[in-house]
Design a protein around this ligand. Structure first.
Ligand code: SF4
Length: 244
């Protein structure tokens, strides 16, 4: 089978977005995720058998139609968890790289194997979701292990892979200075990390959960106030100043 005929399962394609990597980009949401984040916006991506099947060739063709609009951008693979289909994403990114397209991988870093390693060969930037600051919180609110994310970051460091850390600021859970400090310390320890993004918790997915007949675990929490994110950014900048 030619690589371009390899098939994968995707949930959807966002033709143009500004929040998943640099510039104006197209985002592919891959189907399937082993985690169950309490703040997940895309529960309809969880089922690996859901979504629709596409070939690398079909998806690359669909994406390249938007290339004139990618101002300093490119393509981001998100999900779901794109690492569950690392071989397919690798083939897609290889085609895009041949076309000179910037490729970004949005992942929790929960899978490491030979296919993941190969995928990083054709990835320009990793957006690494550090979902919780401690193993206890990770187990409670994500259903996985923080150590996998940190092990993944060690691999990224070895490769000198440009990396952005990301975390959703959830009221009463990750909006504390202790949580922020873990991220700050991580950014300082790993020179491959170029920046850290603090993302507000939003509840736009509430109706999606209802239509799927499943409970949104954080329905009782308020959305993150913009002042909270600003306050945490100020604390971050203070620590940066103190370090100099
Ligand atoms: S990793 Fe992403 S898709 Fe998977 S449960 Fe968490 S937020 Fe949802």
């Amino acid at each position: 089978m030619a690589l371009c005929e390899m098939t994968g399962r995707i949930h959807s394609v966002q033709s143009l977005g500004t929040v998943d990597g640099p510039g104006l980009r197209s985002v592919v949401f891959f189907q399937g995720c082993p985690l169950r984040c309490a703040c997940c916006h895309n529960p309809d991506t969880w089922d690996p058998a859901g979504g629709r099947e596409v070939t690398v060739q079909q998806l690359a063709k669909q994406l390249l139609r938007f290339r004139d609009y990618w101002k300093n951008g490119g393509v981001t693979a998100s999900g779901g968890e794109p690492l569950l289909q690392a071989g397919f994403v690798k083939s897609l990114f290889a085609v895009l790289k041949q076309e000179g397209v910037h490729t970004a991988l949005d992942t929790s870093g929960c899978v490491w194997n030979a296919e993941t390693d190969d995928l990083l060969d054709v990835t320009d930037l990793v957006l690494l979701d550090v979902k919780m600051p401690t193993e206890a919180l990770y187990g409670e609110y994500v259903g996985g292990s923080l150590s996998r994310t940190m092990d993944f970051l060690v691999k990224l460091q070895e490769r000198k892979m440009p990396t952005w850390l990301r975390q959703v600021i959830i009221p009463g859970i990750t909006d504390t200075e202790e949580s922020l400090r873990m991220l700050w310390d991580t950014e300082k320890r790993f020179s491959c990390v170029e920046r850290t993004e603090l993302l507000p918790f939003r509840k736009l997915c509430t109706e999606k959960y209802a239509s799927m007949g499943i409970k949104f675990p954080l329905a009782h929490l308020p959305e993150t106030a913009s002042e909270t994110v600003e306050r945490l950014k100020m604390v971050w900048n203070t620590w940066n100043q103190e370090e100099k």
